[in-house]
Design a binder for this molecule. Sequence first.
Ligand code: HEM
Length: 154
Amino acid sequence: MDPKLVYWTWALFNFLLVVVFASLGVRRIRERELQRHKRMMLAASALVITFLVSYPVKVVTLGREDLEVWEALSKWLLRIHETFIVGMLLGGSYAGWRAFGFRRSLPLSGLLPREPSPPRTRVLHRRAGWVAVVSSACAFLTACGVLWGMYARA
Ligand code: HEM
């Protein structure tokens, strides 16, 4: 099997785990379970970083994809996918940065108390977090289409 296909198949599986951990993270904070939310989101972030480290290694060792032989639809799908990736990275970085800023104001154990109007920094974290979570799910779905095209061409 083409090593590039092996790499992208692994990347898709890695991405699936990102979406699973991020979804579990959202569910945990909806139950006000702060520490579990934090752990799930940090696990998702670690998987994203693993991919970001692996990608330059893949480019150096296996090279880039030859987009010349891709049909127009696949190229469009790739561009849409990359846009969602940017949304995920920007939203996730901003949410992570905000969380780092307010981490000391949070309870160390127990449930996060419900507050009618949480501090603005937490509201910004929540919005950016949603951008990251929704973008990651859309990026995963478009990645499925991109990989399907790669298998079809192989
Ligand atoms: C970059 C990774 C993270 C992402 C993508 C993320 C995402 C989210 C999302 C989507 C929500 C809103 C859920 C809802 O609407 O009910 C949320 C809420 C929250 N997150 Fe995160 N989160 C991340 C990391 C963290 C970390 C590391 C902490 C703790 C230090 C944290 C603390 C919180 C808190 C306290 C809330 C509740 C905000 C409020 O409604 O007052 N998050 N997060």
